[in-house]
Design a protein around this ligand. Sequence first.
Ligand SMILES: [Zn+2]
Length: 299
Amino acid sequence: MAPTAPIVNAMSVDVEDYYQVSAFDAVVSRDTWDRLESRVEANSERLLRLFDDCGVKATFFVLGWVAERHRALVARIVAAGHEIASHGYGHRLIYEQSPEEFRADLRRSKGILEDASGTRVRGYRAPSYSITKRSLWALDVLVEEGFDYDASIFPVHHDRYGIPDAPRDIHLVQRSRGALLEVPPSTVRLGGVNLPIAGGGYFRLLPFWWTRWGIARVNQVERWPVIFYLHPWEVDPDQPRLRASALSRFRHYRNLRKTEPRLRALCREFRFAPIAEVLRTAMPAAAPSTVAANAGGAP
Ligand SMILES: [Zn+2]
């Protein structure tokens, strides 16, 4: 790639419904999920149309629970040229599970997603970025279950997630049973602190210039691809309102009307591709296929 070529960033979507977010765990019990109005399919279709309009391909980290009930949606995502990856099965935080429970959840989601998509699932993102210092064992399980990359370690301070001193760039993680690529959501480093720039609540709650400035800075100064993420419920201003804490309501409902126009503007301004494709370009020496081969026993 020529030094001046525009960087291809990664676009990603965590496919879950509005009532499945971790912030609502205390107010929405899992046994009611099936009885609540489902909006994930329509909202995902909205994102598919937007990406189609802008010529953007993305990685969709689909919750196994959702894929089980919306198999045709998974097929449509694949048919539109996007990558299918796993967001686990039941949206349980990693550090609240045992390794055995996590492995079962992971296997269940991978099986459903590979069956529904007809593709091999190579990537994983934990619910609420819940691979933290106390759940790093999850990386061993991911290697053992054949994943090539993980996108779960947020190098910031947050009440529910984050490893503030984790590397900010895409990097190879060597574990005892093999290696996998870690693909962290993007931050900028200012005054010795990592600040999130690229997605979710940060994209909706902070001024739009912050995201645009941050992506340009990471692309131009560090020459790294940005890993951007959002959720289908973030383009749904009309979703039912749940009775959660004031902080959770603020984080979840604020600026929902701004997500779609901002995302369209972003897709016009920057280049985006699925994570697997960005890894092939940005990390050719450690492309997922290489990692998979190494994990199989090579040195
Ligand atoms: Zn999630």
